[in-house]
Design a protein around this ligand. Structure first.
Ligand code: ADP
Length: 708
């Protein structure tokens, strides 16, 4: 026991005191970067106070003096008991638990301890008795402990046990690769156990627990500093690095594997214990990418393992930002990103293909109204190559007189509205082209960022329209000329014809003296043919008058039923010796109607004379009736040759005849039905025909019923 002389013990305690103070100060400074270190400050201060109290107890003379130092032992112990578990909680990564609640909770027992020890003279439940004992040349205080001491000791051991267990486990797990070193740190953490056990088992004569805590503090600070390589606490490492999808490999300076996370195991197939493997043993491909000349730089590479693509980052790991202690390799899986990229590219290509091949022009402009894209079709419309147009403004191409249209449309788009408008522009060769433009705004984050426009080339259409308009104008002019010509001509023809007929009638009446039979026949012929000619001329005149809009209808009161009688009377002679029964009826019509009786009679005469002309035998009837609504009908029905179905649609056109041959049987001009239709329409009605070949035809005029 000579080894434990007072001097040796004192030296050890002074050493412990100094170490504790030093570590406390260092921890205080380190706490700025690693907050967990702050719990070492009270812990080491506790160890220091404990040491100094031990020193005082040994060095102070006499029982009384020594006794005054005794409570300080427990001030130190209280500080350690409070801060050690807090340190452990935070170090193993349950940092969020080192909250105010825990800080207070863990302070309860240490405060009670202080109260118990300070009030011991009153209750003597902590120490029953304190004696002075001599061990070698050391005079020590020896206590006989009371129940409160044992309660406190039990608590202290639980705290110590739990804290050291957690710390040891965390240290061993976090630093599997350097077992010896972590073993030493763990040993340091266990020192108080060893010290206390040695003392309680009386293997050493003095309690060097304060010294043991100094060693613990030293170990822990070593653990923190030395392993600053992993600036993440073990749990954080588990939850972040282990579960991350990116593979992380940690290598030492010789490219030997120090650590690798779960994701790495999925990419590589390392042996059971891969630590210490050289990188090229693990993955020759990866090793091939490392650049020995770039040892102190971060390198970015990419590589493919199986069907997956990775972006690789080699970063040097430095201690205290200075000395390189190894490498970190991060493999970021970019397979999905690449796939998305490829898909986006496909979509873009697809859209481009459509844009480049569409027949219409497509332009995209930016905020400043400059082309950023024009498709080939737009180039064709304007006569420029698409790349010539990029950077130009649509305004530069626009026909000056149309600039306003363009500016207005753009204003609309700036307010978020699309529009469609016609617009002329100047082509590269100086010619004018017409475009139909539909423009919509392009938005970026809801803000106007330019326009998209689809341009349809209207140039050809405009040209054709112009030509058509001109042709129509010319045709209308020609038609008008024709009508005027016909009207004049018929008028001019009618005057001499009336004179011819007048003289022929005079001659027949014997005004110029008696005529023989032959002369009478000839003059008769003259008269018949002249009348026929007059009919034709009158018809031509009517048609041209109607076409020129110069025929005016009268509106007078007339008796519709008397029309039937008049027409029957006037056409009776036309029947000649044909076996035709001609009859008329008038049913359900008012006595009087308003209208143009002459033109109505003209319609009926035309229809009835046609019916007689195209009927050899049977019946021809005129039938006037009311529809019972707002109209009335004039119907002429025959049992004649009928009209072929193919001819029906055109029968009312001018000069149309079913049998138009020169050698035809029936004479006529082909104007009668045209006049009938025009008159009926002029009166606000219309004409319809139904017919069957060799059965007969029915013409029906429907007219509005107007009563006086
Ligand atoms: P046209 O002076 O030749 O009679 P219309 O315009 O009156 O001229 O008639 C045109 C043609 O319609 C006639 O040539 C004839 O072929 C046909 N048509 C008109 N009415 C009848 C009818 N009642 N029966 C058969 N064919 C008819």
């Amino acid at each position: 026991m000579a080894f434990f002389s007072a001097n040796v013990v004192l030296i050890l305690l002074v050493l412990g005191f100094c170490t504790s103070l030093l570590i406390s100060w260092m921890a205080y400074r380190a706490a700025v970067q690693r907050p967990v270190a702050r719990w070492l400050v009270p812990m080491m201060l506790g160890a220091a106070i404990w040491s100094i109290a031990d020193i005082l107890i040994i060095t102070l003379p006499g029982f009384e003096q020594k006794s005054t130092a005794l409570p300080f032992v427990y001030v130190g112990v209280a500080l350690i008991l409070w801060s050690l578990p807090l340190f452990a909680v935070e170090y193993i990564g349950l940092r969020r638990y080192a909250t105010g609640r825990w800080i207070l909770l863990l302070a309860i027992e240490p405060i009670l301890l202080l109260l118990f020890t300070l009030t011991n003279p009153i209750h003597q439940l902590f120490w029953l008795q304190t004696d002075l004992v001599q061990v070698g040349d050391i005079s020590q205080l020896s206590n006989t402990y009371g129940p409160l001491f044992w309660f406190h000791t039990a608590y202290a051991y639980v705290v110590l046990l739990v804290s050291t267990a957690f710390l040891s486990r965390a240290l061993l797990r976090a630093h599997q690769r350097q077992r010896t070193l972590s073993g030493l740190v763990v040993l340091g953490v266990l020192m108080p156990w060893i010290g206390n056990a040695l003392f309680l088992s009386r293997l050493i004569p003095v309690d060097l627990t304060s010294l043991a805590f100094a060693i613990t503090g030293f170990s822990l600070s070593l653990g923190i500093v030395r392993y600053s390589l992993f600036d993440v606490t073990p749990i954080a490492r588990d939850t972040v690095i282990e579960v991350m999808n990116d593979a992380v490999l940690i290598l030492d300076n010789d490219f030997r594997l120090v650590d690798l996370n779960k994701a790495s195991w999925r990419i590589f197939t390392p042996p059971q214990n891969p630590f210490g493997l050289e990188l090229h043993q693990l993955s020759p491909e990866l090793a091939a990418l490392t650049d020995p000349t770039a040892l102190d730089r971060t390198l970015n590479r990419s590589i493919q393992f199986g069907s997956n693509h990775y972006e690789i980052r080699f970063s040097p790991l430095r201690y205290a930002n200075r000395w390189q202690v190894g490498w970190m390799i991060l493999l970021h899986d970019v397979t999905l990103a690449r796939q998305t990229q490829a898909e986006l590219k496909n979509e873009r290509d697809f859209a481009l293909q459509i844009m480049n091949n569409m027949g219409q022009g497509l332009t995209v402009t930016d905020k400043d109204n400059k082309f950023i894209y024009v498709n080939p079709a737009y180039g064709q419309i304007t006569g420029y190559r698409p790349e010539e147009l990029l950077g130009k403004s649509p305004l530069e191409l626009t026909y000056e007189a149309d600039l306003n249209i363009l500016i207005e449309a753009r204003k609309k788009r700036q307010q978020g509205e699309g529009s469609t408008y016609e617009n002329r522009f100047i082509r590269a060769d100086g010619s004018v082209a017409y475009g139909l433009i539909t423009g919509v705004p392009r938005l970026k984050n809801g803000e106007f960022d330019g326009s998209i426009a689809v341009v349809t080339d209207l140039t050809d259409q405009k040209r054709i329209e112009g030509e058509l308009r001109q042709a129509r104008d010319e045709a209308m002019q020609a038609s008008e000329m024709k009508s005027i010509f016909l009207a004049t001509m018929s008028h001019e023809l009618r005057t001499p014809l009336t004179a011819i007929m007048g003289y022929a009638e005079l001659q027949l009446a014997g005004v110029a003296g008696p005529m023989n039979q032959e002369q009478r026949e000839f003059t008769d012929r003259i008269l018949v043919n002249s009348r026929h000619l007059l009919t034709i001329i009158n018809q031509v005149l009517d048609v041209s008058k109607i076409e020129a809009g110069r025929l005016e209808l009268t509106s007078v009161t007339f008796q519709p039923c008397s029309l039937v009688d008049e027409v029957l009377r006037q056409t009776a002679s036309l029947v000649g010796d044909k076996a035709i029964e001609l009859r008329g009826e008038c049913i359900g019509l008012p006595e009087q109607l308003m209208g143009d009786p002459d033109r109505l009679k003209q319609i009926l005469l035309n229809l009835v004379s046609n019916a007689i002309k195209f009927t050899e035998q049977g019946q021809i009837s005129i039938h006037l009736s009311s529809t019972g609504q707002k109209d009335w009908l004039m119907r002429v029905q025959d049992t004649g040759i009928g009209i072929p179905a193919t001819a029906l649609p055109t029968i009312f056109e001018e000069f149309r005849q079913v049998d138009a041959a020169i050698t035809r049987q029936h004479e006529g001009t082909g104007l009668g039905l045209a006049i009938v239709q025009k008159l009926a329409r002029l009166m606000g009605g219309d004409v319809q025909v139904t017919s069957e070949e060799n059965v007969g035809s029915t013409f029906t005029i429907r007219l509005p019923l107007v009563t006086p």
